[in-house]
Design a binder for this molecule. Sequence first.
Ligand code: HEC
Length: 114
Amino acid sequence: MRIRLGVIVMAGVLAPWALHAEIPANDAASEVMLPGFQGILADQLPEHDGPGATLYQRYCSQCHRMVSPAKHSVSEWNAVLTRMRVKIKGTGKILPSDSDWAEILGYLQHHARK
Ligand code: HEC
C-alpha cells in the first residue's frame, strides 16, 4: 500500500492527469477510508435533528464516517454523490430511494461551502 501510494503521488507530480485517474481505483488510500479519519459527528451536523441530516447519517455512514457538508461546494457535492451512487450499487450497501437521495443532495448543497 505504502509503495503503491508513493507511485501514485510521484505519478501525480509528473503527470497530474495520472493522479486524477488513479484515485478512484485506490479507494483504500482515500482520506475518508483511513483508520484515523474522524469526519463530523452526527450532533455536529447543521440542523442535526432534521430529515436531511438524519438521512445523510443513515445512508452515508455505511462505509466511512461523515464529511462536513461545508467541505464541498454545490457542484462538488453533485460530483461526489454521483460517484457514491456507483460505489453503493457496486457493494450491495443500501441505496436510498430517489426521494431520499434528493433530500440528501439538497441538504448537503444547502449547507455547502459558499
Ligand atoms: C459503498 C460504500 C460507500 C457509501 C455507502 C458511501 N461512500 Fe462515500 N466514499 C466511499 C469510498 C470508497 C470513498 C473514497 C474514494 C472516493 O473518494 O471516491 C468515499 C469518499 C467519500 C467522500 C470524500 C471525497 C472528498 O473529496 O471529500 C465524500 C465526501 C463521501 N464519500 C460522501 C458520501 C456520501 C454523501 C454518501 C451517501 C450518499 C456516501 N459517501 C456513501 C464509499 C462509500
